[in-house]
Structure formats: structure tokens, C-alpha cells
Design a protein around this ligand. Sequence first.
Ligand code: ADP
Ligand code: MG
Length: 384
Amino acid sequence: MTMQSKVTAAFQSRFRRQPEAVVRAPGRANLLGGHTDYNDGYVLPVALDRAAWIAAAPTAGPDVHLHALDLNKSAAFSLERISPANGEWADYPCGVAWALQDAGLGLLGMEAVLTSSVPVGSGLSSSAAIEVAFAYTWQVLSGFELDRAKLALLCQRAENAYVGVNCGILDQMASALGAEGCARLLDCRTLESELVPLPRDVAIVVADTKVRRALASSEYNVRRAQCEEAVAILGEYLPGIRALRDVSSDDLERHKAHLSEIVYRRARHVVADNERVLQAAKALRAGDAATVGALMKACHISLRDDYEVSSPELDVLAEAAWEVEGCYGARLTGAGFGGCTVALVAPGALPDFETRVVAAYEAAFDRAPDIYACRSANGVERMV
Ligand code: ADP
Ligand code: MG
């Protein structure tokens, strides 16, 4: 059964009427640009064929009735009184309703069923898929017009200010603005973005270590502080810089003596990775997948050695991927320490990729990673 027929049938049996709209919003993988987002830099996400699906119809009053099919859990609230977050799945739709209304948009009440094929907590951003799907469903049912970047920003606001997760804008922009066959080059400072074509028929393969390290969030804050320190010191010699985004490799080398060794290496990663994102976009436009893959490998090595956010598990997954013929490149993605790698793989090489990466991981750690072979897909869209 397709996701569309599944969510439609569930809506019909639960609410005893036809849905007025069916919306899908994808998860995403970021090909390049690790820890560049909070440095006002560039990222290169792809929207995936794993997505959140909502079937919905409006109600007469302000009441919202939701059902999460995968959890078999329901939630109800009134648009006139949105209570604070309580750590449940419905925080995401509540937060989206709060952010949209706070921006002055008039929402209709609705009945809706949600289901998703984005794995939870595996680095594909299941939460952004849900936010963007709900925001767009409200837009469609309520009849307001909203620019897609603005929709992404309001979803990010829902996650930051209502749910209480300090995420950047990458995930929501990727889900709102993806296009099949393309990655999106996104400037995290201006939110300007453009599509760049992917090699034909390439698979985007995520391998999940299934390791979640508590260290990730404290170390994440340390890295952010080190980047800010680099900007504060370099700013004395490079007036006008606001973020590492404004620093070139040449600038950094010229002034490295003023930075501690560790802060210099952190900055070197960010500065180089911003340049790698732009080089990768150029290579994609030229149809040069091999160069993109080499940049992904360089990114992993830089995250491992200069930014120091890799882990033995991530290194084994990446190194095994690099050895597979038909794999253009692979790198750790997300904040690091645990989580996932992302690889670009020619479709013919998929079986070999999976066998060899799983075998290497099992040999090292005695358990299997999860492998998700995905395709690029459109950003949020109304299907019915
Ligand atoms: P991710 O990295 O996948 O975005 P998060 O922890 O940010 O992980 O978000 C996961 C949360 O999103 C889940 O705990 C749940 O509240 C919500 N969620 C994800 N998928 C679903 C789903 N299919 N149905 C209901 N809620 C979901
Ligand atoms: Mg998330």
C-alpha cells in the first residue's frame, strides 16, 4: 500500500469522511557542510523519498483532532488555547499552530491523520518533516499564502521556542524547498538558496551507528564557543567579520598565530568546509560526482581531525564506504559523536555497499548498523 492510500484510508475510517487534502513533507540528508550552519555558512541538503504524510479536513470551530498512526496516539487541542509543550509527539503540530498564529495567520481547526516513513532519531530529521507537513496542511486548508522560506522559518521557530530544541534552519528549509533530482545550496546567513542537479539516479545512503552519545550536546556547545572565540580574536585583524563565514583560508593562515592551536583547528574546519560546499555545488553542476565524493571524504577527515566530532563507529562506516567501488564519497553527518554517515552511491553498487559496510561494522562492533537507501524527492507538496 502506498503512503498516500494508507493515510487516506486511516483518515476515512477514523473521521468517517473524505480528507480535503493530503500533504507530504520529506526528511533530508545534508551532503556537505558540517557545523557550518551556525557559522552563517553554506550547506547542501537533499530532500528524500522518506516523508511525513498528512490527510486532513477542516472543522467548523477552533478544535484540532489529530491521530498519529505510527504511534496509535491521538491528541486534541483548541487553536484558541494552546498549552505549553509536554514532551509528546503533538508538541510539533501544537508548536506549528502556535508559531503560525503568532505570525498573524488565521488557522482553521482540523481533523488530521499523520504517518511517516522518516526513521525517528536517525539523522534524517523526522521532526522537521512533521512540522513542515503540518504547516503546509494548515496553509492549504486555511487558504493563506506563505513563502516557503517563511514557512520553514516558522517551523524552526516552533521547534526552538515551543518544543524547546535549539535546531538550525537546515532541516526545515530542506523539507520545504527540496526538488527531485537536486540538492539545494543554502546560504544560512541570507537564506538564499538555489537548486543544483544531482548525478542521474544516484542513491543517498544513510548508515546509522545507532549510537546516541550524551556528549554530543555538551561538545556541540563547546564547538560553538570555540568558533565565537575565533571570530572575536580574528575580528581584531579582520574588521567587519561577523562569523567564520566571512573568513577565507588565506585570512586564517595569515592570522593563525593569534589563535590557540585548538581554536585554529576548529576554525580551519569551518572555513575549509564552507569552501568545500561551494566547490561541491560547482562540481555537481558540471556533473562531476567523483569530485563531490572526494569533497565528502575530505569533510569527514576534517570533522574527525580538526573539529574532533567523529567517533570510532562513524569512522568505521565512512572508511568502509570509501572502499566500495561505485560509492562516490561518504562522511559523518549531523552533530557527530554518534548518529549517521551519508554516502552518494551509484545504484548498481548498492548491494555491494550494503554488504561491505554492514560487514565492516559488525566485525568492529559485533552489531549491525541501520542502512537507509534513499532517493532525492520534492519538498513539501499537496498530493490531493
Ligand atoms: P529526528 O532527528 O528524527 O528529527 P527528533 O528527536 O528531533 O529526531 O524528533 C523525533 C520526534 O518527532 C519523535 O520523538 C516524535 O515526537 C516526533 N515524530 C517523529 N516521527 C513521528 C511519527 N511518525 N509520528 C508521530 N510523531 C513522530
Ligand atoms: Mg529533529
